[in-house]
Ligand binder design. Sequence first.
Ligand code: COI
Length: 357
Amino acid sequence: MAPTSSSFSSSHTNGEHGYAEIDWDSLGFGLTPTDYMYMLKCSKNEEFTNGKLIPYGNIELSPAAAVLNYGQGIFEGLKATRRKDGKMVLFRPNENALRMIKGAERMCMPSPTVEHFIDAAKQTARANKRWIPPPGKGSLYLRPLLIGTGPILGLAPAPEYTFLIYASPVRAYFKEGGTALNLVVENEFDRASRGGVGGVKSITNYAPVLNAMTRAKKKGFSDVIYLDSITGKYIEEVSTCNIFMVKDKIISTPPTKGTILPGVTRKSIIEIAREYYGFKVEERQIEIEELMKADEAFCTGTAVAVVPIGSITYQDTRVEYQTTDNNDSVCKKLCSTYAAIQNGEIEDKKGWIVEIN
Ligand code: COI
């Protein structure tokens, strides 16, 4: 019988102090299978209710599943962190829930409510708590999926949907760790177009960036910056994260008007910059030439966290930004405050932290 949330006990823990027995110091962003996943199905026009935790493993799909044939699917990413005070916490899960609801509407899918989403995320984190890394050694990345699993041949919304959350312990996303990224501006491919799905976390936004990204990685770059698909002049985002620049202490980032993912970390960094530091933050179009003249640039994302950009290459020009030696760095300030709120070292005045234990 599949376990329920209440059937988890310390009998599932092992290793020192109840942790899973893995080398926490060698975690990157690879998949480490954990113990349980949350799963729930519902038919078209029904509501999602009463999911359950089941052992982590493969799922069965019809070859005609809408997600396989027509890409009807969205996902989320959020992290459970273990603090020095023993608390285990999620960061702003309501934001992920709201984004999933918006994405589901765009992709013609039913979605779990905010309360349901948060409860499912808490249950998944709690059931896998031995996989939540020790304080300071990473976090448990939760990956909610909402996919059309019902079979359909003609193009139409699927007759059945699955909401699933699996988890994996992770640390730094990029092989560079927390050190500065070297980005290249993509000249051939666009990430999103006007009226498309660039502004929701559709699974269909990710495979199309693989070509440019792997090409860039082969040349030694960390990732790719995309330009807008209409003029090819304005920066949009990186394959895996949002982008910011700083010039004369003013922080700027592209606006979320449909082609850019409204990142939870992006939103949090804007609020931290304004409310904790009094920085001016502008959400506006930024020409690539302007970014090349910035004092600083950095990326934000749940997986990526907040990472400085060390260089950007655009056509034949490479510019370098001061990063590690720069004690006055805006990125460093924002990054440390963002981390300190999650770690409990700074009071959470905004109700961003949700305890799971
Ligand atoms: C996240 O930051 O959570 C994402 O979903 C990005 C993904 C490319 C790992």
